[in-house]
Unconditional design. Sequence first.
Length: 442
Amino acid sequence: MEGTTLTIQVPSQFFYEWIEEHYVDVLKLAIKTVMGANGRLEYAVVVDRGNSQNQPYVVSFPQGTKAGKKLKEKQPVAAGDNFDHSPFDLPSLNAETTLQSNLIETHTFANFIEGDCNRLARSAGYAVANKPGITSFNPLLIYGGVGLGKTHLVQAIGNEIKNNLEDKFVLYVSSEKFVNQFLDAIKDGNVKPFTNFYMQVDVLIIDDIQFFAGKGRTQEMFFHIFNHLHQNKKQIVMTSDCAPKDLMGLEERLLSRFKWGLTTDLQMPDFETRVAIIKRKMQSEGISIPEDVIEYLAYTVDTNVRELEGVMISLIAHASLNRVDIDLSLAKTIMKNIVKDIEAEVGIDFIQKTCADYYDIKLEDLKAKTRKKEIVTARQVAMYFAKEFTNHSLKSIGYHFGGRDHSTVIHAVQTVNDLMETDNSFKAAIIELRKKFKMKSY
Ligand SMILES: Nc1ncnc2c1ncn2[C@@H]1O[C@H](COP(=O)(O)OP(=O)(O)OP(=O)(O)O)[C@@H](O)[C@H]1O
């Protein structure tokens, strides 16, 4: 602690994000209590180079991370303005300060693992980063569910431009911040400087535009800025949590402008991509973990990438705090604490749900009378795995599938075995599903 600044040393950016995510409220309260409203928190990422040349690298707080965002939502300003460095600080605003305060350096294309889930968005982003304002991807709108990499990707565009086209004024701003700045500008009679400022930008990256929903005046202001930038061949990049057609509360004239460019989505990465993401993350942390643990994590966490990262950081933290190696049993213990719906063993319910999800049908249909081909296949596959992974009798399995006869189960198992002989894509599906169950029954 020096003066009114408390510096916390952490071994990597990962730890910094973890602390912010979990302890920022406690820290803020403590700092406020001890140092008053001027108290300031900084992190020093101390990279261990294996000798005494540790070079602390100071990261100001908050760095515009998700945790920083959450903090703002939860407690607007609790311990003085030092907790929030607004990029909209009119007198001192210039491209350099704005860039530094807004882009996370590690959000690069190199760190953004490519997969089927993001190929189009990634390559469009890359094209835009190389020729901002010139390609037909203007605006570029990237949408997708929570934690799938929207912010990472659009910041990668910003970082790429910042590194290669130094004269470009790149601005990344969350929609929430834009709205707050606009409201402040109205309150302080600063609307003109606000508009002028945004109209000077060469590349405007605006995150989470669903936040504009229902905010008519902000939308109108954004509409003017948008038109001005677009007419002047400036690049606009946006993200939202859903497709434009589902963006309720946004004016039609704004939505129709989004269609001028390219709209593309991010999906949940498939298994192989998740494995690659885990490997890259672990590599950047300088940690190596066994292959079976990587596979286990990739299989078990299929919700979003942020959750996957959360599990990884937990694992690293537990292993380092308790001075134990990362192995499958540690991974399973951690997962049980984190992932709520994890079951102790592979039961019929789990098999049914997994198969229904895999074949994209309703769970009830597995137990219903329907004889539609895709449902029959999913049902037979689920019966086949129930026989393989549970101790239920054929009769009991039949009972769990809408009161069917044991001979139906025998027939299902036979059909699956036959199909595997003749149909390669069916066989691949069975292998993939079996891995899921195996992972679970480890
Ligand atoms: N393809 C990927 N390769 C590497 N890391 C990824 C990838 N996709 C997402 N991530 C990581 O996952 C985390 C969550 O991503 P990000 O914050 O960009 O998600 P988001 O879609 O913006 O989420 P939200 O909807 O909550 O704003 C980040 O740490 C990001 O670096």
